[in-house]
Write a new protein. Sequence first.
Length: 189
Amino acid sequence: MIKNLFDRRYLEIEKKALKPTKLGFCVAEVIEERIPILLSVEMTRRFEEQLFLVKNGKITREELLENVKEEILKLTEEFNEHIERIGKDLHKKLSETLENTIGICPKCGKPLKLIRRSDGKRFIWCTTLNCTYYPLPQKGKLTIINRKCMKCGLKPIKVSQRGKRPWELCVACGICFKCELVKKCRQQS
């Protein structure tokens, strides 16, 4: 079961401890909002009580399986009633989570985000503390372009300054118009 959580990227290991990913948090939040019984202590308690009854010979395994089957069918029906809303909620939460993300850190595999400090400074920062940092131009409007650099896989940033021609920058590779792959990258989008 834990392997499935890793495979679906709901869990990760950080400093020898299991930690939910942002996707894991989003899924848990949506389930808690839409189908709270699925995460409830009561449901777990009911299953444990029934297991105890089987252990003590009060009910048979078949009765336990029938009870569990009924519970799961109810949950499935409830889930199916809300499936469209669950999908929309999950999409919204994931979009909010991935906003300002330009890609994955080459060192640790965590998201790289565009950060704007309260003093106006801007930079790309890995979401892992003290991992990777990329400086950005401090003047002009910055826009993350929704395509990947063919060299490093990060999303380039468009820099627009008043009175000047907009230009693109890949934080890992440099200024895009100096790159020999710039035409191929632009054809990608």
